[in-house]
Design a protein around this ligand. Structure first.
Ligand SMILES: Cc1cc2nc3c(=O)[nH]c(=O)nc-3n(C[C@H](O)[C@H](O)[C@H](O)COP(=O)(O)OP(=O)(O)OC[C@H]3O[C@@H](n4cnc5c(N)ncnc54)[C@H](O)[C@@H]3O)c2cc1C
Length: 368
């Protein structure tokens, strides 16, 4: 069997790429699970980020800002549930104001629209349950129903003729002249192969393993798994109309923040826990409630520990090691390694959901 383009992984990024390419190319998407979005794409905060935090000349900034606009347009066009709910970044203590200002200035430098400091009166009206010394709002931060978004991308790509081969795990890849020979194992244990001149590796947590199959084994492209847990807040007594992100010193995540979902329910998370092995487990230990309470009570007035219950967890595919400051998305056509047509997407952590449509366009530029 032959495909003009093979996409490995039907997470939100692989799906957006399939939608982008399928209008001009015959695409096959290989996914080891029985459906799309069974890994990280269904285990995140569902936040449409605005691009406040990343360095100016990074892919994360560029693709987040572009992806934010594209995602709102897409959601509007295809009637995907979303809300441009806005996000408050808050300094709870005077000592945090310098950091708050530096996040604000970084956002301005990045060209993010719709950010402004808010008054106490504004906080009293729209989020009186939040304890803050000072805060700014990012009006273009929002939330989206990720499952509906992914289902729509799959449907659009299928309409264009893309084939989704589920229960199909890529187990090896061989480069032969101008093509790649991809070996696939089904859940029934059958093995089949697929030839293609172009492979797009959007295999999320396993993208470094896929790269390894064509001989790319650089230490600096090895993924570190960083788990994030969430706790639900079981109370409707709070007046909180925006997402709320406290100022944090962590360079791995955005701090234990407060998210409002499309039903208006509140949750806290994710935290950051680097996993010393690559064993994927999504359990949320009840004992973590105290950690979430300690973080949440600093900025949520009236939060009590008995309001918290374990919710879900996700795992970030990070290029950044625990002692590193910042690593960008790695998105590259591996021409320099004599592997033209092999496109790697490694380390697609947050804001990968927000950036997905922009990532797809970026990948198209690398190929055509
Ligand atoms: C806790 C957490 C919170 C986050 N919050 C946000 C947020 O609010 N906003 C935001 O923009 N981003 C957020 N992100 C990031 C976002 O979720 C990811 O960037 C995005 O989901 C990555 O999508 P993906 O398609 O690259 O990966 P995935 O969703 O992991 O998809 C990869 C797919 O590849 C498949 N695969 C792997 N190996 C093989 C193989 N050998 N053969 C066949 N198939 C294979 C997997 O089964 C999987 O379905 C968050 C991430 C986490 C972990």
């Amino acid at each position: 069997m032959f495909a003009e383009i093979v996409i490995i992984g039907a997470g939100v990024v692989g799906l957006a790429i399939a939608k982008e390419f399928s209008s001009n190319f015959f695409c096959v998407v290989l996914e080891k699970h029985s459906s799309f979005g069974c890994e990280t794409s269904s285990r995140n905060s569902e936040v449409i980020h605005a691009g406040l935090y990343y360095p100016k000349n990074s892919l994360k900034t560029e693709l987040c800002i572009k992806g934010n606009r594209l995602l709102y347009e897409f959601a509007e066009k295809y009637k995907i549930p979303y809300r441009r709910i806005g996000k408050l970044v808050v300094a709870v203590k005077k000592e945090q104001e310098e950091k708050l200002n530096s996040i604000y200035e970084n956002a301005i430098k990045n060209g993010v629209n719709g950010i402004e400091f808010v008054s106490n009166k504004y906080l009293q009206t729209f989020s009186s349950s939040i304890n803050s010394q000072s805060a700014f709002i990012s009006k273009n931060t929002g939330i989206i129903d990720t499952h509906s978004y992914m289902r729509c991308l799959e449907a659009l790509a299928s309409e264009n003729g893309a084939i989704f081969s589920y229960n199909s795990k890529v187990i090896d890849i061989e480069k032969t002249n101008n093509e790649f020979d991809i070996l696939i194992k089904t859940v029934e244990g059958e093995i089949f192969s697929l030839k293609s001149p172009i492979i797009i590796n959007s295999a999320g947590l396993h993208s470094d393993e896929i790269a390894n199959m064509v001989g790319i084994s650089d230490e600096n492209l090895k993924l570190n798994y960083c788990k994030g847990h969430y706790f639900k807040i079981n109370s409707n007594k709070f007046n909180i109309k925006h997402l709320v992100y406290p100022v944090t010193d962590s360079s791995y995540g955005l701090g234990i923040h407060l998210t409002v979902d499309l039903n208006g329910d509140l949750k806290l998370g994710p935290d950051t826990l680097f996993l010393s092995n690559r064993q994927i487990n999504y359990n949320v230990p009840t004992q973590l409630a105290e950690k979430f309470y300690n973080a949440g009570q600093t900025y949520i007035k009236g939060l009590t520990i008995d309001m918290l219950s374990p919710d879900y967890a996700g795992i970030r595919p990070k290029l950044q090691k625990p002692d590193e400051q910042f690593r960008d998305f790695y998105i590259k056509n591996e021409t320099e390694r004599n592997l033209d047509g092999f496109i790697n997407l490694i380390g697609i952590e947050s804001p990968g959901l927000t950036a997905s449509l922009a990532i797809a366009k970026h990948v198209k530029e690398l190929v055509t």
